[in-house]
Design a protein around this ligand. Structure first.
Ligand code: F6P
Length: 523
């Protein structure tokens, strides 16, 4: 089946006008079918513009795309990253799947990390950690560190430096004593410009403070030990991970070392357990009862059948404020591709992922979500609302208000407000014909609401693994390789050339605009 023809039946179904609120009347079992509970997560898909018939068609389309076979290949450790001929086994980091040698390596690494973290925590020499890394070597640890704050205690100060902008490393070390600071340089390739430059600057900062002892304050986490040694990291200070761990799927590996040290190995183990529980659910449940599959299919419906080009992710939790940034990399670097595994045009794939924490977003871009110009079949953009049911801040009034806002927004997006209702409210006035349409809300805008019982490390692991597997399912259906990222290479190569030219006052061979911009940097 070609990628395009996968959606033929669905596209025909999508031509029917659907009223989400009417679906609740027409389909009395809607909540049973569209609300799924798994461990600490409850996911309510019922406010999606998907009738039962369309869901049936989506499920049979997924089966026809050999989803179950691909899932089996993934867990069996086959090279599902076809363009790089690599297995994809981040689940093995949480103890699920992987051959005996993989399981042995993982278990040794987990013991090594936990022992090291315990030692640093009890020794008391280090009070601060500066975690240096970018992309997958940064976003996961940042999101998770914020999330752990809900119910775990940070025993060492944890700072991050990712951007090559000098402000990043300056802010990270500001006010810290080098004698009490451990710098952890995290890079799968150990070839990333930003990370190496920040690592050099951190080394200079340490050396200025502690002299020759700087080497005792520097660790590396990498899949390229040789490069880390060349960089000057002592062999015994290197924590390995493997080429079968994709950067954006790596927070579960030694990439999470700074989290282990700051919050303790037990907290990190709970986080891994939460992800493992989602792995088993995804691996074992039939497609129609499978949460990542359901999440992927609602996304496919919105993207390929209703023509939505973006997905907003709005966590109603300050502790999850990095979720949309994390998912931008997870989803867009994985599936932001226009060519299939076999080299053909893929058609519409990954939507733009965007968002910010609620309620802040309500006072910024929600105007567009509710009344913005037509985008996708019903306007606005589909939204994933994410909320935590437990109040972790001991502020019950704030928490109720936060949840009320979250629930109200999904209801408002769905119900809208008709022009008739607006006219009635406005009564008799001269400008009513101009004003009433402006105050009308079209409604019928789809959303999913994910609630977590609490923001425990287990629940956070569960949530992140849910999105990881959703991305895998969508990649299978779009027939793209979700585990490479060729699209980031060109800019990196050109930046290296331009930097060399700027350092040597060589104008190089560029278009007029780029040449002029390079000229500006001389001043
Ligand atoms: O961990 P590394 O090798 O420094 O790479 C950092 C990031 O750069 C990328 O290769 C491209 O942006 C990401 O996939 C990766 O997460």
């Amino acid at each position: 089946m070609t990628t395009k023809s996968r959606f033929n039946v669905l596209e025909a179904l999508a031509e029917d006008e659907v009223s989400i609120s009417e679906l609740f009347e027409k389909e009395p079992d809607r909540l049973n079918r569209f609300v799924m509970r798994e461990g600490p997560l409850r996911v309510d898909f019922s406010k999606q513009a998907i009738p039962n018939t369309a869901l049936d068609a989506l499920l049979s389309m997924a089966a026809q795309c050999d989803l179950e076979e691909w899932r089996a290949k993934l867990f069996a450790g086959e090279a599902v990253n076809t363009s790089e001929d690599r297995a994809v086994l981040h689940m093995a980091l949480r103890g699920v799947g992987g051959a005996k040698d993989v399981q042995r390596d993982v278990s040794q690494m987990r013991q090594h990390m936990a022992a090291y973290a315990d030692e640093i925590r009890s020794d008391g020499k280090f009070k601060n950690i500066v975690h240096i890394g970018i992309g997958g070597s940064d976003l996961g640890p940042r999101l998770v560190s914020d999330g752990f704050e809900a119910c775990a205690e940070q025993s060492l100060t944890l700072r991050f430096a990712e951007n090559v902008d000098g402000a990043s490393i300056n802010d990270a070390v500001k006010g810290l004593d080098p004698a009490e600071t451990l710098v952890i340089i995290v890079s799968k390739s150990f070839g990333t410009q930003e990370t190496k430059m920040n690592g050099e600057s951190a080394r200079a900062w340490l050396t200025a403070g502690v002299g020759a002892a700087a080497g005792d304050h520097m660790l590396a986490v990498t899949a390229n030990r040789t490069r880390a040694i060349d960089f000057g990291i002592r062999e015994e200070n290197i924590f390995d991970f493997w080429d079968w761990v994709g950067g954006r799927y790596s927070v579960w590996s030694a990439v999470g070392l700074s989290l282990q040290i700051a919050y303790g190995p037990d907290v990190f183990s709970d986080f891994l357990e939460g992800a493992a529980a989602m792995d088993k659910h995804f691996r074992d449940q039939p497609l129609q009862e499978n949460l990542p599959v359901m999440m992927a299919l609602t996304g496919i419906w919105n993207r390929n059948c209703l023509n939505y080009s973006s997905l907003a992710v709005i966590p109603y939790s300050r502790r999850l404020r990095k979720l949309s940034a994390f998912l931008q990399q997870l989803e867009m670097e994985s599936n932001g591709k226009r060519i299939t595994r076999d080299g053909n045009e893929a058609g519409l794939t990954c939507p733009i992922i965007w968002g910010d924490e609620g309620t802040n977003g309500q006072h910024a871009f929600f105007q567009w979500l509710h009344q913005g110009p037509s985008e996708g079949k019903y306007g606005g953009a589909p939204v994933d609302f994410v909320a935590i049911l437990k109040d972790h801040e001991n502020r019950p009034d704030h928490h109720k208000a936060l949840l009320a806002n979250c629930f109200a927004q999904s209801e408002a997006l769905m119900l809208g407000k008709s022009e008739d209702a607006v006219r009635q409210e406005l009564g008799d006035r001269d400008d009513i014909d101009a004003l009433a349409p402006q105050k009308t809300f079209p409604g019928n805008r789809p959303s999913t609401t994910i609630t977590l019982d609490e923001l425990s490390p287990f629940a956070l692991g569960h949530l992140i693994a849910l999105y990881e597997h959703k991305v895998f399912v969508q990649g299978v259906i779009w027939n793209v390789n979700s585990f490479d990222q060729w699209g980031v290479e060109l800019g990196k190569v050109l930046a290296t050339t331009i930097l060399e030219e700027m350092n040597t006052d060589d104008p190089g061979n560029h278009d007029a605009s780029t040449t002029a911009l390079m000229g500006l940097a001389k001043t």
